[in-house]
Structure formats: structure tokens, C-alpha cells
Design a protein around this ligand. Sequence first.
Ligand SMILES: [Zn+2]
Length: 126
Amino acid sequence: MKLQARCENCKAYLSFHANVADRFELARKRGEKIDLSCSHCGTKKAFNMNEIKAVENKFLSIAGLLIFLGGTVGLFAYLWPYFFKTSYIYAIAGLIGVLTIPFFIYQAINHGQENKVQYFNSKRYG
Ligand SMILES: [Zn+2]
């Protein structure tokens, strides 16, 4: 999970990663306050749990999008000859069904991420 706090001095976002579901788990693993130093201005601060927010991991979103685009194009290129070889409507429907797999993977990644971020941010610590 990508987590973010904001530097009080220069307002830059400080991000770090922790494998936690909510602020309670974060407090258990990393302590009630989290020491972060700003990479922009060097200010150090111990952040309270409620000052820390979960954000979506852009890398994961992009990876999901690439799986979707690459997977769909790749599968389409691979399956293309079979569209002509078969005249069974069920076989064609099956091929089209296979083409939707990358989209579902993409949706699962994005949805999973959204839910986790919302869950983390909705539960306040204390
Ligand atoms: Zn700063």
C-alpha cells in the first residue's frame, strides 16, 4: 500500500510503502507516530496516524492498463486465425470470451486498489 503524508514546511508529499490494511495495523507495525524526513526541504517530523493517507499506486494502475492493452492485442493476434477456421457460433463466442480476460484482470487490479485505499482512509485512528 502506498501511503502519503504532507510536509508542513514545504507542502511536498512524502510517500512510503507499508503492507497494511488500515491505520491500526500501521500503528502496530510502525509505532503510533511515523518519522519521515522530507526529501525536498529536509524537515523531519513524527506524523500522527490520521495525518497519513493511502493513495493509489500509479505504477500498479499503469501495469494493469498494460496488461489490459497488451493482453487484448496479443490474444487477438493469437486467436485471429481461429475466427476463420471455425463456423460454430459457440466457438466464436468462446474466443470473444477469452478476449475479455485481460479486461477483467485490469478491473480486478484497479478495483482492488480503490477499495483498499478507501478502506484505509475511512478508518480513523484513535
Ligand atoms: Zn518539506
